[in-house]
Design a protein around this ligand. Structure first.
Ligand SMILES: Nc1nc2c(ncn2[C@@H]2O[C@H](COP(=O)(O)OP(=O)(O)OP(=O)(O)O)[C@@H](O)[C@H]2O)c(=O)[nH]1
Ligand SMILES: [Mg+2]
Length: 375
């Protein structure tokens, strides 16, 4: 009986929620028999992520994730939808309402620490509210924070207190937006529990629901992130994510361009200023990426000769695994303030004083669009 209780209590990983097993080392949830009784029980993959920063990837069934999301609709709970401010349109769950039924949704916009220091948070909040509304998301409130650097977290706590009303809290979002990091902060700063969820810089860390008990018999529930193949972060190999994802506040880079000039963002994206008066473009992308300027007429040849090398990463070998480019032609009208948003990469602010016709080349499937300027 005792043995059965133990195996039940420890049948899922305390770090990522995966079902534990000790038969197939190559499969998810593996835990050697010898490590079974140890507390907290975490699977070998979580152990390796935590101790060696490993980029271990596990193929998980998206249908299972969506089923889990869908089951929230039949509960009475508060849904906390976390999005990554740096990949706002890329990490917003479109049609979330369909999944969560009548449950209230609190929108938490995470990673605000990545924006340049002198940001006006109120303006930003208005921008978020407007964008969320345009995407058809109904929210009870919008909160901006950084779970990692502890900014704005008091607002997260206030909102949870206000909207939870003795219910369970489901934390949902796309992969890598910081769901587990945010729950860890709650555990660390607002409880005496000795628990830690596994987090990592690579998308797809949490594999199944993980229940963290609250003091009133209810729980806060971490969930696996939804994989959107329209995000650059899901398209590039893991070896390139270190360059793609900023981990410090972004230093915007301003380029004064004449028409018929091209900028390469590493070997990943090509930005052609096809038509328009001379004007400035501000790049909000990871500062680890290389930007190279050339004439439009030289761009094809330069890319053919120097991709994966002089132009900067991804390497030729990494490029092999990335879909070929498609072109997006975008027009910013005179006087409009727009961002060219490239999901998972960042954005380029166009201050359309003179209007601009732009051609953006990005890996096929990656979301590229114009939006109202965030900043
Ligand atoms: N700069 C910054 N990074 C953050 C913040 N919150 C989380 N991160 C980082 O984002 C990465 C992903 O964090 P996780 O907590 O694992 O994200 P998740 O949403 O649980 O991801 P999945 O389990 O894959 O769905 C990690 O490298 C975190 O350190 C934040 O507020 N600011
Ligand atoms: Mg997680």
């Amino acid at each position: 009986m005792k043995e059965q209780q133990l195996s039940q209590a420890s049948s899922s990983c305390a770090g990522c929620g995966v079902q534990l097993q000790s038969e197939h080392p190559e499969r998810a949830g593996y835990l050697p028999e010898s490590a079974m009784g140890r507390e907290p029980v975490i699977c070998q993959r979580c152990f390796r992520i935590r101790n060696y920063n490993e980029a271990s990837s596990v193929a998980v069934d998206q249908d299972d994730f969506l089923k889990l999301l869908g089951s929230i609709g039949s509960t009475d709970s508060l849904v906390v939808h976390i999005v990554d401010l740096y990949d706002f349109e890329g990490s917003l769950i479109s049609g979330l309402q369909r999944f969560v039924g009548n449950n209230p949704v609190l929108l938490v916009v995470n990673k605000i620490d990545l924006l340049p220091k002198a940001m006006n948070v109120n303006r930003l909040r208005n921008w978020v509210q407007k964008q969320a509304k345009e995407e058809g998301l109904r929210t009870v409130d919008v909160v901006l924070c950084s779970a990692k650097r502890n900014m704005g977290f008091e607002h997260v706590i206030e909102a949870l207190d206000k909207y939870r009303n003795g219910r369970n809290v489901y934390v949902v979002g796309a992969t890598n937006v910081g769901k587990s990091t945010l729950i860890n902060r709650l555990i660390r700063d607002y409880s005496d529990m000795e628990r830690e969820l596994t987090t990592s810089r690579y998308p797809g860390t949490t594999l199944d629901a993980v229940h963290i008990p609250l003091d009133d018999d209810k729980a806060i529930i971490d969930t696996p992130g939804i994989v959107y193949s329209s995000r650059m972060t899901e398209v590039v190999p893991r070896s390139f994510l270190g360059s793609l994802l900023p981990d410090k506040p972004i230093k915007p880079l301003v380029y004064q361009l004449n028409s018929s000039q091209t900028l390469f963002i590493g070997s990943l994206v090509r930005f052609d200023f096809v038509e328009g008066d001379r004007q400035s473009f501000t790049f909000y992308i990871s500062n680890a990426l290389n930007i190279h300027r050339t004439k439009l007429e030289r761009a094809d040849e330069l890319y053919a000769d120097h991709r994966g090398q002089l132009l900067g990463g991804p390497t030729l070998e990494e490029l092999e695994t990335i879909p070929a480019w498609t072109r997006h032609s975008l027009r910013v009208k005179r006087g409009e303030n727009k961002d060219v948003f490239i999901s998972g990469l960042g954005w380029i602010q166009v201050n359309g004083t003179g209007g601009a016709l732009l051609d953006i080349y990005a890996p096929k499937g990656v979301k590229v669009m114009l939006r109202d300027s965030m900043i």
